[in-house]
Design a protein around this ligand. Sequence first.
Ligand code: PLP
Length: 230
Amino acid sequence: MIQENYLSVKDRVRQACVRAGRDEKEVLLIAVSKTRTYDEIHEAAKAGAKVFGENKPQELRDKADALNKDYEWHMIGHLQTNKIKYIIERASLIHSIDSYKLAEAVDKEAEKRQMTASILVQVNIAKEDSKFGLDVEETEILIRQIAQLKHVKIKGLMTVPPFVENPEDNRVHFRNMRQLFIDIKHKNIDNVDMNELSMGMTGDFEVAIEEGATMVRVGTGIFGERDYSI
Ligand SMILES: *Cc1c(COP(=O)(O)O)cnc(C)c1O
């Protein structure tokens, strides 16, 4: 089932790219594997998944250490400074940087290991009280500050828009993200590669792709409903 689901999501990614006149290679499908077992992750990998998204640092650490070394791991959830150590060498991209303090702490951990951490800056595009992320107005300022850090590299932006029944309701947020992304890209800030736009989940990834997403994060659509009781 997971293999079929993965292939079907992949196909929907392809079709959304066609509709948007985009090359399928521009969009990375991240299989969000939080709460899933090793077997479930292997199933997705068999169908072609290579990059997995986790939102809990220790879970990412355990899975990265236990599973195939050629799987790639992205940290997509809220990160606390004291947990950076679990993921810094294991996550190839951290999607959820939403303060200078957090970026500075990542920089410090990366410096200790003589590495550079790749990050995205998380934006609260719909200004929801309940959501992590920066306001649009403060994003460029923060990016300019983070760009001064030597051991982190900004690769783009990420957002988690509101949960909606109708994905069209999020189109405006995806479009606003894309605009912010382009605006910042055009500033050509030193030490910033504004090339990745991480947005779109099971309920709305096709709209996100039509509006310019380069990474979509799909969990339920690949693995089925999550069971948090186990
Ligand atoms: C869980 C999660 C996803 C995937 O959500 P689905 O609706 O299951 O596709 C994507 N992004 C983040 C940040 C998440 O925490």
